[in-house]
Design a protein around this ligand. Structure first.
Ligand SMILES: C[S@@+](CC[C@H](N)C(=O)[O-])C[C@H]1O[C@@H](n2cnc3c(N)ncnc32)[C@H](O)[C@@H]1O
Length: 247
């Protein structure tokens, strides 16, 4: 908690809710959800995103739901020059909306798929509110950890290093990093997929690359990357390059 926090204000909880299976939500997140008056969820549409679906079993009629609808859904190949100002305005405005609720003494949870500090939108509200309010952040099981487990192949052992790569990097940078990496998880797929496949081919690791879509969710799908059609790639997917089989 930072200095100057007024205790009559509500508390803010930044909750990582894991990769999708409701049973992978931590006990701490469930406890803080139960203490929340308002549950805010970032989403592309008002009907709710994956994080909201994940916590559905833990919501009650006493919870007020606050959708935080992204103004743009440019996805992983966003044109950052137009995307970033719009997103900054969105985070500024919604942070103030949340601040007004906290000022009334209500507790607010902002839920986030996976872990809140791993490519999670929550961090942008955290940056705007953490010096003014009492905040608790709860880690969640990231897709980085869930995907190799669903794949059934370990990510790292002994002296292995692991690279976490956003697919939005340029093809050259992906090749450079893949050439050096031991194991890797590539995130934010979708329209970036053909570029990533070319980079995997150039780095000569395409045969050890696996596509894991919606890890731990009902419609989970797992294939070798070679067998995936680029038109059939979901945003909620990662590519896992596992470590050598431990013996
Ligand atoms: C905005 S980032 C959020 C990451 C999240 N905070 C985490 O720790 O997993 C969204 C990306 O996470 C990955 N992702 C999140 N959940 C996933 C899941 N259940 N299965 C596969 N990929 C997932 C995808 O690469 C997606 O493009």
């Amino acid at each position: 908690m930072s200095e100057g926090v007024n205790n009559s204000k509500g508390k803010l909880f930044g909750l990582g809710v894991g990769p999708g299976d409701p049973e992978l939500v931590t006990m701490k997140a469930v406890k803080l959800l139960a203490q929340s008056d308002v549950v805010a969820f970032p989403s592309a549409k008002a009907s709710g995103g994956n994080a909201r679906k994940t916590v559905e079993p833990y919501l009650t009629e006493n919870h007020e739901l606050l959708p935080l609808i992204y103004p743009v859904t440019a996805g992983p190949v966003a044109d950052t020059s137009s995307y970033l100002p719009l997103m900054n305005k969105f985070y500024d405005e919604t942070a103030e909306e949340i601040a007004r609720i906290l000022d009334k003494g209500k507790n607010v949870s902002i839920i986030c798929a996976g872990d809140p500090f791993v490519f999670g939108s929550y961090m942008y509200w955290h940056a705007r509110l953490s010096d003014r309010y009492d905040i608790t952040v709860v880690p969640g099981i990231s897709s980085i950890l869930a995907a190799p487990v669903q794949l059934g192949m370990p990510l790292c052992h002994r002296e292995d290093t692991v690279s976490i790569l956003p697919a939005t990097l340029s093809e050259d940078e992906l090749v450079e990093r893949l050439n050096q990496c031991g194991s890797a998880v590539i995130m934010k797929l979708g329209r970036t997929f053909p570029k990533v496949v070319r980079a995997l081919e150039k780095a000569n690791i395409i045969d050890n690359a696996y596509y894991v879509e919606r890890a731990t969710m009902e419609k989970e799908r797992i294939f070798p990357v070679k067998d995936v059609h680029p038109n059939d790639v979901a945003y909620f997917s990662v590519i896992v390059i596992p470590c050598e089989k431990p013996v």
